[in-house]
Design a protein around this ligand. Structure first.
Ligand code: ELE
Length: 290
């Protein structure tokens, strides 16, 4: 069985509201040692859309010693900033950049989205970050083909959508192109449907479970471990999306990954204890030893 590309959208550790590069490195290296292939800083889980371009550059700098393992999310509402980061990515020789489409504004024309990706990817190979629920735009396979026809160097897409039909169409109708799933729930599906890899926020803390999913992708145990991961992702949402991941990293890996930054709030002691208790119950239910 060929191992697919495994990508961790790593949380950004903040200390006193500043990017804590040392903590980012410690956490990032642990995740790679745990079996993940790429780090994806400044994604959604990394609070990327709330970060200044200088802060995203700090992350580029933090991982300058392992450039082959880095995909920096550079998409923002300021194309000049995104282009600047793509040029920096080229200097640092990282694996690729990724980019959200322009978001928030309604009524962006299809051809403008195509121009956006064509322009950005002419700076550096780009993975499209498709997250229609939050951006308001769905980048479909025909658009990808038009970007390629216009000369854009888009090399893949990260599909944060539960619309499997769109995902499979892109896999089927776009040549020489990597298709990655985004939801934590679709790691097993990425294997079973012959996709190219997955991006999983839960891999920040759950890489051991993910390794079990991969080992068992062709048997029932694969389902069991995938369901366990789904339950942990649900708990993460229950206790506060993204903020809870900082605690879950410490609970499962022992690594201090710093704090989130407001408007994401750190969990209280009581919340954390209760989260840990519920996590342990899930481990027991699925017969998993963390
Ligand atoms: C996920 C998104 C979506 C992972 C990233 C990722 O963080 O950049 O909470 O399921 O909406 O696709 O974080 O997260 P949920 O690529």
């Amino acid at each position: 069985m060929q191992k697919l590309d495994s990508i961790t959208p790593i949380i950004t550790p903040f200390t006193d509201n500043k990017v804590d590069k040392d903590k980012a490195v410690r956490h990032g290296e642990d995740v790679l040692k745990g079996g993940m292939k790429y780090l994806f800083p400044a994604g959604t889980t990394g609070l990327g859309p709330s970060m200044a371009s200088g802060e995203k550059h700090d992350l580029l700098d933090a991982f300058a010693h392992i450039p082959d393992h880095v995909i920096l999310q550079v998409g923002s509402l300021n194309l000049e900033d995104s282009i600047y980061l793509a040029r920096e990515a080229k200097k640092y020789k990282i694996h690729a950049v990724a980019a959200l489409p322009p978001y928030y504004f309604t009524g962006m024309k299809r051809e403008w989205l195509i121009k956006y990706y064509t322009k950005l990817s002419s700076e550096y190979p780009t993975i499209i970050y498709n997250y229609p629920d939050t951006t308001g735009y769905n980048i479909t396979y025909d658009m990808v083909n038009d970007i390629k026809k216009a000369g854009g160097d888009v090399i893949g897409i990260k599909e944060t959508t539960f619309n499997m039909n769109d995902i499979l169409n892109t896999k089927m109708y776009v040549q020489d192109f990597k298709v990655y799933t985004g939801p934590d729930q679709y790691i097993l599906s990425a294997y079973r449907l012959g996709l190219d890899g997955f991006v999983s926020g839960a891999s920040n803390y759950g890489y051991k479970i993910i390794n079990k999913i991969i080992e068992n992708y062709d048997n029932k145990d694969g389902d069991r471990y995938q369901f366990l991961l789904n339950e942990l992702a649900d708990l993460s949402r229950k206790y506060g999306t993204i903020s809870s991941i900082y605690d879950m990293v410490e609970i499962m890996t022992g690594i201090d990954a710093g704090n989130p930054r407001e408007p994401f709030f750190k969990l209280s002691k009581e919340e954390r204890n209760s989260l840990e208790k519920e996590m342990n119950e899930a481990f027991k239910k699925y017969n998993f030893k963390p």
